[in-house]
Design a protein around this ligand. Structure first.
Ligand code: ATP
Length: 217
């Protein structure tokens, strides 16, 4: 489903964030991505989502090379993905409900289906009853759940989460990982990055370890 063939990513300025990576992630797999700050975790996730293009090598998602996808087809391709990235900010000028609804507006769902899906996503992450609140009234952990609801509301096949447990205490981090596990159980492919590998150890899943842009043992 996700395939990297000798993928190198060099950012302007000459730094190689990823160096000749090859890997396969199968449909329905739950994979953790570990590595120090600056190891290249976010870059790898952005390459999967087609947000960044490789400098060399090929990234295939469902056999499709996103770097070669036409501009017109990208919105359709992006519907396969749910993204939980650190720079995807919550909008504080609208309600919890309207934040979660955003991806459906972009895709163009009709009204009744929108309401059903938004309420189902909020229920899934344990935020039922908070839909009318402004997100400012939510705790840090609840805001993280809001981001997860927003990422899954369109039922993506692939969920990419960049450090979703950063800044959460250990119990809360486990709650979030349990939530991801429940998406895995219904067949979603998940790639989750974290720098704290001890959290991942409890889940007995495949761990890809990055060190200075390369996989390490
Ligand atoms: N847009 C960019 N332009 C230039 N350099 C970048 C850019 N994005 C990332 N880098 C560099 O690429 C390297 C890998 O960064 P990346 O964000 O992928 O690492 P990371 O493992 O996700 O780190 P962190 O855990 O701190 O988020 C770092 O040296 C970073 O400074």
């Amino acid at each position: 489903m996700i395939q990297f063939q000798q993928v190198t990513k060099r950012y302007p300025g000459g730094l190689e964030a990823l160096k000749g990576l090859s890997m396969d992630i199968q449909p329905g797999e739950l994979v953790f991505l570990a590595g120090h700050s600056g190891a290249g975790k976010s870059t790898l996730l952005k390459l999967i989502a087609g947000i960044e293009k490789p400098t060399a090598g090929t990234v295939l998602v469902n056999g499709q090379n996103l770097a070669r996808a036409s501009r017109g087809s990208l919105p359709y391709v992006r519907r396969h993905f749910g993204l939980i990235f650190q720079d995807h900010k919550i909008l504080f000028d609208r309600s919890v409900y309207d934040n979660v609804k955003l991806p459906l507006d972009i895709i163009g769902f009709d009204g009744r289906e929108v309401k059903r899906r938004v309420l189902a996503a909020l229920d899934k992450v344990g935020l039922s009853g908070k839909e009318k609140l402004n997100p400012i009234a939510l705790s840090g952990g609840e805001q993280q759940r809001l981001c997860i609801a927003r990422a899954v509301v369109h039922r993506p096949a692939i969920l990419l989460a960049d450090e979703p447990t950063a800044n959460l205490d250990r119990d809360y981090a486990h709650d979030i990982l349990e939530l991801f596990k429940s998406f895995h159980q219904v067949g979603v492919t998940l790639v989750i990055s974290a720098h704290d590998e001890t959290l991942m150890a409890d889940y007995g899943r495949r761990i890809l370890r990055l060190k200075n842009g390369q996989f390490s043992a």
